[in-house]
Design a protein around this ligand. Structure first.
Ligand code: NAG
Ligand code: ZN
Ligand code: ZN
Length: 475
């Protein structure tokens, strides 16, 4: 991301057209705050207009109004003092956009017995206190549903709970003291269901500092499938406030109805009044076809794109239910049946390969001067097409896979590295050529080959998991 560019873009419409009133000075830190807040919690994107082809002229004002409406403020569309004050309050790191009480697609655990693991601890509290705060937080939900929880101390639990600071392996780095306190992902495999707590907060059990029990009860609501509520009484309201009755916290009716729409009532009352559970959305048969393979996979600004024939699935972090689009609806000039795609060093730019040509796209625009020939990247004439490409952010290198070999491209120097190609099996033991697509995320390489997917740990130099290719599409 380019913070400066976004700041200028955002600042222009607000500064010029919507002067502030009230006591707040519209200095740069306010603009910065507003920019970050709307980006983080209201999905304000520099490229949103382009990407979604929206026609409205003042997306910033719309976003401010959306925020004011959700949080129960007067809808002025301006950065007035109440709005800025609200933006300063500590809160949950999960965005507010949605307008539904569960995550879109209503992901939920398809079982009633759920495991959790406390992966590591904050130093602010004794371990036993953390254990008991988490246990009490789960109890809050256990009491109104048929769900039960058991703690494991090793291996992969449904809900992995950890404390971390700053960048911590997902796309949502924490931000130091205050502001975002924690976030959690909706139910699903892998990192889904996990809850992360910002260890730059001063975690406490009382009214001072940040109360771990309260925040955990809220976050675990996300882990079970609840989204934010705009009801101020609700535990799922996104802004943190300490309540003195926290020792015996009571869920609001809103929370209870939300969670019971996913899981029904506790089994003891279930026989009395059965609650119709929300039926899961009918699945796209293609998406969950066990034989599904992909042509190409890439990231785009923290989202995942999975290409297949004329279509692609788009999956965001907060919505495990993927969107399904025609490639031509976004990029009319691109061919179908792509070979490879990767998000280049400078974000927002995806390079897309088919045959001996490649294109650079930004938002929904194909950049001028493309397609170019793949040989301009340094491939010998014998290479007629690329199987897969992936960019490793940390090393600023791109790996191109062709048959049983791979090339490494230095994005900083824009040159192929010396000593390549090398054999895939020499450097990625356990990965058999030829691969369809590769993704780099969470420190792993994910190799797609037919309907199988191999999670490769580059440090251990070994395949750590074998999955179905469409596991990312929540199948
Ligand atoms: C705790 O675990 C998480 C997830 O594995 C990691 O990101 C974080 O750095 C760890 N925190 C500490 C204090 O070790
Ligand atoms: Zn939240
Ligand atoms: Zn996180």
């Amino acid at each position: 991301m380019e913070p400066l560019a976004i700041l200028v873009l955002l600042c222009f419409p607000i500064c010029s057209a919507y002067p502030l009133h009230g006591a707040v000075r519209q200095d740069h830190s306010t603009m910065d705050l507003a920019q970050q807040y709307l980006e983080k919690y209201y999905n304000f994107r520099k490229n949103e207009k382009q990407f979604f082809k929206r026609k409205d002229s003042s997306p910033v004002v719309k976003k401010i109004e959306e925020m004011q409406k959700f949080l129960g403020l007067e809808m002025t569309g301006k950065l007035d003092s109440n709005t800025v004050e609200m933006m300063h309050k500590p809160r949950c790191g999960v965005p507010d956009v949605g307008g539904f009480s569960t995550f879109p697609g209503s992901p939920k655990w398809r079982k009633n017995h759920i495991s959790y693991r406390i992966v590591n601890y904050t130093l602010d509290l004794p371990r036993e206190s953390v254990d008991s705060a988490i246990e009490r937080a789960l109890k809050v939900w256990e009491e109104v549903t048929p769900l039960t929880f058991s703690r494991i101390s090793e291996g992969e639990a449904d809900i992995m709970i950890s404390f971390a600071v700053g960048e911590h392996g997902d796309f949502y780095p924490f931000d130091g003291v205050g502001q975002s306190l924690a976030h959690a992902y909706p139910p699903g495999p892998g990192f889904y269901g996990d809850a992360h707590f910002d260890d730059d907060e001063k975690w406490s059990l009382g009214p001072s500092g940040t109360n771990l029990f309260l925040v955990a009860a809220h976050e675990l609501g996300h882990s079970l499938g609840l989204f934010h509520s705009n009801n101020k009484e609700s535990l799922m309201y996104p802004v943190y406030r300490f309540s003195t009755s926290q020792a015996n916290i009571r869920l609001s009716q809103d929370d209870i109805e939300g969670i019971q729409s996913l899981y029904a009532r506790p089994s003891s009352d279930a026989t009395v009044v059965p609650v119709p559970s929300v039926s899961p959305k009918p699945e796209t048969p293609v998406k969950c076809d066990p034989a599904l393979s992909f042509d190409a996979v890439t990231m785009l600004r923290g989202e995942f794109l999975f290409f297949k024939d004329r279509h692609f699935w788009r999956r965001t972090q907060w919505n495990p239910e993927p969107e399904f689009h025609l490639i031509s609806a976004f990029w009319p000039s691109l061919p179908s049946g792509l070979d490879a795609a990767y998000e280049a060093n400078n974000k927002d730019r995806v390079l897309i390969f088919k045959g001996s040509q490649f294109w650079a796209v930004r938002g929904n625009e194909v950049q001028a001067g493309y397609p170019k020939r793949i040989h301009t990247l340094g491939f010998p004439p014998t290479v007629k097409k690329i199987d897969a490409a992936v960019f490793e952010k940390e090393k600023k290198k791109t790996y191109f896979f062709v048959g049983d070999k791979y090339w490494r491209f230095d994005e900083t120097r824009q040159l192929m590295d010396k000593g390549f190609p090398r054999l895939i099996t020499d450097d990625f033991p356990g990965i058999e050529p030829q691969v369809d697509a590769v993704l780099h995320a969470f420190g792993f390489f994910y190799f797609f080959r037919g309907s199988s997917q191999f999670e490769f740990d580059p440090n251990a130099r070994t395949v750590t998991h074998t999955l179905k290719s469409n596991s990312w599409l929540l199948c």
